[in-house]
Write a protein of this length. Structure first.
Length: 147
């Protein structure tokens, strides 16, 4: 006898199957908002002179991260592997785990990519601070003549 776990919803119209079959995307399912469970949760805050981005990534150390900017794209990734081997009294136990993620964000034109990005990892939260361009801080007003 074998046990098979059945899906929670038995009918495709109850779990989004029909919408997916017709190619209808979820409103929040794009590069920024995602419902994927393998990506860390992310907060983006815009202040007067900077952007702050937070990633909830517990279990990593600061050496596991790679953060870079290239052509107005912010790349954030982390990779961690662990192997634990115990050999006692003829019993061997070997456990291993591997976790990683990769996020790419399109930066707005107001971010000054020539300035250093401040990054801090504390209590499972990676915080990035991206400074705004001085030109973007000044309000732009253009008078338009009506003919």
């Amino acid at each position: 006898m074998s046990l098979v776990k059945s899906p929670k919803q038995r009918f495709p119209w109850m779990n989004g199957g029909i919408a997916r079959s017709f190619g209808l995307d979820d409103f929040f399912e794009d590069e920024f908002f995602t419902t994927r469970k393998d990506l860390p949760a992310m907060n983006v805050m815009e202040h007067e002179d900077d952007f702050q981005i937070e990633f909830a990534v517990p279990g990593f150390s600061k050496e596991d991260f790679e953060v870079s900017i290239e052509d107005d794209l912010l790349y954030v990734s982390a990779q961690k592997s662990m192997e634990d081997i115990e050999d006692e009294d003829g019993y061997t136990r070997k456990e291993f785990s591997y976790s990683n993620f990769h996020r790419t964000l399109q930066l707005p034109k107001s971010v000054d990519t020539s300035k250093d990005v401040k990054a801090k990892y504390k209590n499972g939260v990676l915080k990035l601070q991206l400074m705004k361009d001085e030109k973007a801080l000044k309000p732009h007003k253009k008078q338009i003549e009506i003919s």
